[in-house]
Design a protein around this ligand. Structure first.
Ligand SMILES: Cc1cc2nc3c(=O)[nH]c(=O)nc-3n(C[C@H](O)[C@H](O)[C@H](O)COP(=O)(O)O)c2cc1C
Length: 171
């Protein structure tokens, strides 16, 4: 898919076909994450990819709105260092946000749908993912082929109007 088409076709997909993602496509999505920019190129991130059905089902318990993880073909857990320093946390989270979007756009490029899931129960996420004590997982990204049909550019996205959000030169 062309970049502009992938940007317009990406949407949050919460129902997936029961079909695995080819390993080379999954690796390409993870490579997109690895290539994302980060503050001072610190790359303070790790990505745990989960494809085992039982672990995916267990992961739905980390948050009330994570049921799509259970039926996904794969889910990527975005992991960052724990820190009490507000500035450091902000930077880690911003960097993970960039990686999230790279994952989602590369997935769309391959015709694969994706959806975020926040993580409420850190202790459970840590246990299920086997994370070290100095790491936490603020977000999961589920992946899979959309059950409701292929991704296609959305003509009228559910977004604030262009002229409402874009300010030229000054607010
Ligand atoms: C930080 C963040 C956390 C989110 N958490 C969840 C979540 O826990 N569960 C969920 O189903 N969607 C979650 N979403 C998806 C948003 O609801 C979605 O981006 C928004 O509704 C726009 O969807 P669209 O791109 O399909 O239009 C999250 C999105 C972001 C950016």
């Amino acid at each position: 898919m062309e970049t502009w088409d992938a940007i317009r076709a990406r949407r949050n997909v919460r129902a997936y076909e029961d079909r695995p993602i080819p390993p080379e496509d999954l690796d390409r999505i993870l490579e997109a994450a690895r290539r994302s920019p980060s503050s001072t190129n610190q790359q303070a991130w790790d990505f745990v990819v989960v494809t085992e059905r039982e672990r995916l089902r267990d992961l739905t318990r980390v948050w009330n709105w994570a049921s799509h993880v259970g039926t996904s073909a794969a889910t990527v857990a975005l992991v960052m260092p724990t820190s009490d320093d507000a500035e450091a946390r902000e930077t880690y989270q911003y960097d993970l946000g960039q990686a999230t979007m790279s994952i989602m756009l590369e997935a769309a490029d391959l015709g694969i749908g994706s959806c975020h899931a926040s993580v409420g129960d850190q202790a459970l996420a840590r246990e299920l993912l086997g994370l070290p004590g100095d790491r936490e997982c603020p977000l999961l990204v589920s992946l899979g082929y959309p059950a409701e049909g292929p991704l296609a550019p959305i003509a009228r996205p559910n977004r604030r109007p262009f002229d409402d959000v874009v300010h030229r030169e000054r607010w």
